[in-house]
Design a binder for this molecule. Sequence first.
Ligand code: ADP
Ligand code: MG
Length: 295
Amino acid sequence: MTPAIEVDSIRKSYASAVVLDGVSLTVPSGVYALLGPNGAGKTTFVNVLTTLLRPDGGTARICGVPLSQRRTVRRLISVTGQFAAVDELLTVTENLVVVARLLGLDAARARSRAAELVEAFDLGAVAHTLVRTLSGGTARRVDLAMSLVQRPAVLFLDEPTTGLDPASRRRLWADIRELATAGTTVLLTTQYLEEAEALADRIGVLAGGRIVAEGTAAELTAVVGGEEVVLTEADGTEVRTLTTDGTVAGLAAALDRLEPDTAALHVQLRRPTLEDAFTALTQHRTTSTEKEVAA
Ligand SMILES: Nc1ncnc2c1ncn2[C@@H]1O[C@H](COP(=O)(O)OP(=O)(O)O)[C@@H](O)[C@H]1O
Ligand SMILES: [Mg+2]
């Protein structure tokens, strides 16, 4: 089957700053998370793949269609935020109807599609509320609903949950998972390891303009290292740190190796943070580059 997204060596610079330095990835289907810190080039990458920005080099195909065939690509994709200009002074339903009309549905079909989406995204209680007055989390769900008026083969979500409270974030995660289950391929960008882990079948880490690591959440965690067991005094002062592989057996073995005089210490489990992941992955990249140079 043709992969939903195929990206080969995409490069993009602004003035002298290289932002994308040969990014390649393939997403057969499902959810792919592009994980990277602020300024990594995530939005630039999404803008290239959604035909809003021309790359300096490289190629990409959406469902087999090259980016150069912009009109066809645009019919296959959707991206959240693209309808932001429509919203504020209209109600949720009005917004959905306007988008549907813009996409060429007649008035009756536009109304029924709007009603379907209100139902699917559980927006009934706010269907006739002005978008301007909605909470951040609900507004983001409306935005997502708007990007699905015409069911896209591939949906791009650029930091869909940034700025949301934890409950709204979880709600949006559930919506995204449902979409993927229904067959839409999703490429989302995020700064949060937790989000990538919760949603994505595969995660690519973008740093220094390249994908420095790629895999399932478990595969990436294996690169970063497992959970750490931290032994502290009652006041929180760290005494020892033990690295484990994250399994129950690994934890038991680590504790078994402790001397009896540690019995009064307190135990904390610490998972690698995104920052730890980046440090590890970036160092890993430097090391392998050095090896290549040395070889
Ligand atoms: N239009 C632009 N002109 C010049 N520099 C830009 C432009 N857009 C983004 N950048 C720079 O490119 C880098 C990557 O930006 P961006 O793709 O927005 O990253 P992210 O979305 O991961 O935060 C940043 O250093 C940013 O300042
Ligand atoms: Mg961005």
